[in-house]
Ligand binder design. Structure first.
Ligand code: NAD
Length: 439
């Protein structure tokens, strides 16, 4: 042991999982967890379920599973609930999403059918392509907060829950740069809730309600939801962990795997053109330029931060980076993402790399949501609050403390995540120095 172990409360009792947005990602998560509990399938892609962690020196051979090393809630303790603007129960929503096969869904039909969405906080202005009837009405946005808080409290009481976590799995809202004064401090934001300010999006109302209830909040979409000073002030005041944003799946996952490799070998990049076709509801929502703008901002930042063109102007100073998303209904959730990467090597000689990723977005996103639920609950039990940068591994656009740039390199992110777990348990941090093996 190199340091003091942090006190972590036991994960006893049930853990409620609150999901605003019971669409493709959320239903793929819930159906998956139920199928895994029945032993029908494996939790592939989940670090909490399949990952291991090396402890101590390489010669010690201590490599427990993460879930045996750190106290996490078990899958059998999870209880799901959520909101949607459509009344479909989770089984119907999963069938509509078309991600999982009917046979698998039928095997968990009873569990999924029981989960019926509560009426949502929704404003069409923020998701222009959708219209639904399962929507709350109230005179002010502060009253909407109260209604969401009531849903949370009822869910807790009815299911006898010990703790809860909220993960935004709702549609991508239109882009907002949080520059207005209402986002600057908590008092102004709360006044704006009472005044029904137009700049407060539905996802912010859920985030505020979660924090008010002491529930950790993670944002899976790229829109501004909790990432502004007023909400951070609130999270710190309430001692609540928060993280976002935009689940790192598909093309951006590939980018953050490949770009650190090119940079490590000091290969130059002239251009990186990325285009996607997808036909699910997410694709339809992103067909609106204002929602796409939120996604584009989130996707574009990644390469700049990894490649550091200001530090390596000869290699990355003139790189052209473009990202396109095209809504193409026949593909459903099975997205196709193409990347054309123009790289150059020794003496400036050109090379090209083409990637054609036939991916399944929600299959990549579901294990991320599961890990976030379990790790955010761990963070809360360990007394961590505010931004949980150690979970940036899961996001395209990770939140960081003011003045810091986000770390996008997936390998550094994973090391940070595992070192945080070691730190919590009082284990030596792993630096990979390893000189002691040669003394
Ligand atoms: N699947 C991925 O790989 C991935 C990756 C990164 C981010 N995301 C983001 O995750 C979110 C969910 O993706 P998805 O594929 O499940 O989309 P989806 O369209 O299938 O599901 C979103 C659901 O949210 C509901 N919704 C919209 N506004 C709501 C509101 N205000 N309150 C409650 N419900 C609301 C919609 O009715 C829909 O059922 C999207 O914002 C998407 O951009 C997904």
């Amino acid at each position: 042991m190199s340091q003091k172990e942090i006190k972590i409360a036991d994960p006893k009792g049930k853990l409620g999982v609150l999901l605003p947005g019971l669409g493709a990602v959320a239903t793929t998560l819930i159906a998956g967890v139920e199928a895994i509990k029945k032993g029908i399938a494996q939790p592939v892609g989940s670090v909490t379920q399949m990952g291991t962690i090396r402890l101590g020196k390489r010669t010690e051979n201590r490599v427990p599973k993460i879930k045996d090393f750190i106290p996490l809630a078990g899958l059998e303790d999870l209880v799901f609930g959520g909101w949607d603007i459509f009344e479909d129960n989770c089984f119907e929503a999963a069938m509509n999403a078309g991600v999982l096969e009917e046979k698998l869904l039928n095997s968990v039909k009873a569990e999924l059918s029981e989960i019926k969405p509560w009426p949502a906080v929704f404003e069409k202005k923020y998701v222009k392509k959708l219209d639904g009837t399962n929507v709350k009405k109230a005179a002010t946005k502060m009253e909407l907060v109260e209604k969401v808080r009531e849903d949370i409290q009822n869910f807790k009481r009815e299911n006898n829950l010990e703790r809860m976590v909220m993960v935004w799995c709702g549609s991508t809202e239109v882009y907002i740069a949080p520059e207005d004064d209402i986002y600057k401090d908590l008092a102004s934001f709360e006044k704006a809730l009472v005044d029904n300010h137009a700049g407060i999006a539905p996802s912010m109302i859920y985030a505020y309600a979660a924090i008010a209830e002491g529930v950790p909040y993670a944002n899976g979409a790229p829109n501004t939801s909790a990432d502004f000073p007023a909400m951070m002030e609130f999270a710190r005041q309430k001692g609540v962990p928060v993280i976002g944003k935009d689940f790192k799946t598909g093309q951006t996952l590939m980018k953050t795997i490949l770009a650190p490799g090119f940079k490590a070998r000091h290969l130059g990049i002239k251009g990186w053109f990325s285009t996607n076709i997808l036909g699910n509801r997410d694709g339809e929502v992103l067909d609106d330029p204002d929602s796409f703008k939120a996604k584009e901002v989130s996707k574009l930042g990644v390469l700049d931060y990894i490649l550091q063109p200001e530090v390596y102007p000869d290699l990355y100073g003139d790189m052209y980076h473009k990202v396109r998303i095209n809504y193409y209904p026949p593909r459903g959730d099975n997205k196709e993402g193409w990347d054309n990467i123009d790289i150059f090597g020794w003496l400036g000689y050109d090379m090209q790399i083409k990637i054609d990723f036939l991916c399944r977005d929600s299959i990549l996103a579901a294990p991320i949501v599961l890990d976030l639920v379990l790790f955010m609950d761990l963070a809360a039990r360990a007394g961590m609050n505010g931004i949980q940068e150690w979970l940036s591994f899961y996001f395209k656009s990770p939140m960081v403390a003011e003045g810091l740039y986000p770390e996008h390199d997936i390998f550094i992110q994973l090391m940070k995540l595992k070192n945080t777990l070691r730190h919590l348990k009082g284990e030596e941090l792993i630096t990979h120095l390893g000189l002691e093996y040669y003394d």
